[in-house]
Design a binder for this molecule. Structure first.
Ligand code: CUA
Length: 344
């Protein structure tokens, strides 16, 4: 018995183990899984799922044919007499040519839809007569920046898009290589410094789609998530109008104190809040951080408690975070949280 794998002497246990393993594996394929790529919700993911299915069914056919021949051969040519040595053959030109040519044909067949899918998924020129929303995506350790150049909006970690509208993405990176991936809307797009990779997504239905970085990019790679919010054109327009407005000045006393701490402390070196002197570009734009549903690369729900935990000690929440632990006293953290949460 090795690492808990039952010995062949206990077939009941072995069957149970295999059934349990199969149940675990199958449980990973729930159609309601928010990241299930086989239940696409947009044309790009649909193209990719179709390609995957084509290759999958070809692989099943190859498996059945090869295993069928193998099993037939093992039974048909088994040793019938103890000690009998079957006729020995070496080399068969027809067989060798056949099993060289067939894989070549299969690969050539797969190459055609693979290449056309790659071209279709990465062409960022929308078909004539259709509108596209342009978004510049920049990967940072460990968060995503979304810049809508035509709308004058810059935000982080929460990409809002109108349902049914094509969104052309221009994906790059500010530091190391990341990979932009919204499993239900489209495949990975490498985010590479000093390079722009084009891609597009379109969500058929309204909803919030989970997304993540797919390229190992440092200690908090697994904490580099994001959400894509697909909403009606009216809701999207409302969101845009709110994002374009400068956040209102805080009125509550603790929020005003927080605004002062923010403006005079280290925060402004890295963060921008439109309408204030804070214009740092290292970290996320916080102009409307209070309206976000998540924090810190979409790993925390946006609650005052979580924001306080984050500001207290960012590297404790996200190892490798560029935002340092500023050792702020509790009252300053509380005031900053009141201010930032007021930035709707
Ligand atoms: Cu960025 Cu992994």
């Amino acid at each position: 018995m090795v690492f808990g794998v039952p010995s062949p002497k206990s077939p009941g246990l072995a069957t149970g183990f295999l059934l349990g393993l199969a149940a675990l594996l199958i449980a990973g394929c729930s159609p309601t899984d928010p990241a299930n790529i086989l239940v696409p919700t947009g044309p790009v993911d649909r193209m990719e799922a179709d390609l995957f299915n084509l290759i999958y069914y070809i692989a099943i056919a190859v498996f059945i044919v090869v295993e069928g021949i193998l099993i037939y051969t093992v039974i048909r040519y088994r040793s019938r007499q103890p000690g009998e040595i079957p006729a020995q053959t070496h080399g068969n030109t027809l067989l060798e040519v056949t099993w060289t040519i067939i894989p070549c044909i299969i690969l050539a067949v797969i190459a055609v839809p693979t290449l056309t899918t790659i071209v279709s998924a990465t062409t960022t020129t929308p078909p004539a007569g259709t509108n596209a929303l342009n978004v510049k995506v920049v990967g940072h350790q460990f968060w995503w920046e979304f810049d809508y150049p035509d709308l004058g909006i810059v935000t982080a970690d929460e990409l809002h898009i109108p349902t049914g509208t094509r969104v052309d993405l221009d994906v790059g990176s500010a530091d190391v290589i990341h990979s932009f991936w919204v499993p239900k809307l489209g495949g990975h797009v490498q985010a590479i410094p000093n390079q722009k990779n084009g891609s597009w997504i379109l969500a058929d239905t309204a909803g919030t789609y989970k997304a993540e970085c797919f390229q190992l990019c440092g200690a908090s790679h697994a904490n580099m998530r994001m959400i894509v919010v697909s909403e009606s054109q009216a809701d999207f327009d409302k969101w845009v109008a709110n994002m374009k407005a400068t956040a209102a000045n805080p009125t509550a006393a603790d929020a005003q104190k927080g605004a002062q701490i923010f403006a005079t402390g280290a925060c402004t070196g890295c963060h921008t809040i439109d309408g204030t002197k804070a214009a740092g570009k290292v970290g996320p734009n916080l102009t409307h951080i209070g309206s976000h549903t998540t924090l810190a690369g979409a790993v925390l729900e946006n609650t005052p408690q979580n924001m306080a935990m984050w500001i207290h000690n960012p590297p404790a929440v996200k190892p490798g975070s560029i935002m340092p632990n500023l050792n702020l006293p509790d009252d300053q953290v509380t005031a900053l949280v009141a201010y930032l949460e007021s930035l709707k």
